[in-house]
Design a protein around this ligand. Structure first.
Ligand SMILES: [Zn+2]
Ligand SMILES: [Zn+2]
Length: 240
């Protein structure tokens, strides 16, 4: 009864076009879903970015840089549809988009994540001033949703973003890394409070572009003797 009432009050809105989704029970319009570009083969064996040539194993970024994370997965190409969807999710309080995102991550990568069997999920943190403006960290919403579905613990504040970094878009690769190197810090208090050994971490974020953010987080974790770091993101750029 309550659910029927809630559905009337708050019908599901499409995570892409924002219209009310029909038929009931769906999380996205079928037309919008057909527009989304799911990552498929050939893709980079490390970061899952689509690559042009099937014979290649890795994208140019993974070839050039010796990333310390083991492997990662993304769902969609970061095209105009996902750009809008994620921007609504991130900046315009459309947190309900997460339900669709999580359902899709579980559908595509649930088994893979179970096989990896991470000890904890950790969202890529945002700086507290951004958290103050928005009231939430989009990556944390994703991590918590995934943790709930997979029955895995989420340590929301194992990593802290301690410095306000420049917007990454305007920077070169080298500058990005320099910019990010000192941006993340390990939260020993949270680790101690958790009380168990952590060997494998699955990082959760919304977008993966060059990999420098995920790598910066991986570095911090590995420096604390965490052995394996994986990641899952909603979107990823192309590897060519
Ligand atoms: Zn739609
Ligand atoms: Zn790659």
């Amino acid at each position: 009864m309550l659910q029927v009432f809630l559905d009337m009050l708050y019908p599901v809105r499409c995570p892409v076009c924002d219209e009310i989704v029909m038929p009931k029970g769906e999380r996205i319009c079928s037309l919008c879903k057909s527009k989304l570009k799911y990552i498929s083969e050939p893709r980079c064996k490390k970061c899952s970015k689509p690559i042009e040539v099937e014979e290649e194993e890795y994208c140019s970024d993974c070839l050039r840089k010796e990333y310390q994370f083991i492997k990662g997965f993304a769902l969609w190409i970061y095209d105009e549809h996902m750009k809008k969807s994620i921007s609504d999710f991130k900046y315009y309080n459309k947190k309900e988009n997460a339900k669709f995102y999580i359902q899709e991550i579980i559908g595509r990568y649930g088994k893979t994540i179970e096989k990896i069997s991470p000890d904890v999920l950790v969202p890529v943190p945002i700086h507290k001033s951004k958290h103050g403006e928005r009231g939430y960290n989009q990556a944390d919403i994703l991590a918590k949703g995934l943790g709930k579905e997979l029955g895995l613990p989420v340590l929301s504040h194992l990593l802290i973003r301690n410095k306000k970094t420049l917007p990454q878009k305007q920077l070169s690769d080298k500058e990005r890394l320099r910019n990010l190197r000192k941006a993340f810090e390990f939260n020993h208090e949270i680790y101690q409070r958790y009380g168990k050994e952590i060997n494998k971490v699955l990082l959760v974020d919304d977008i993966y572009t060059t990999g420098s953010t995920i790598e910066a987080c991986s570095n911090v974790l590995i420096n604390q003797k965490i052995k394996e770091v994986y990641f899952v993101t909603l979107c990823i750029g192309k590897g060519f």
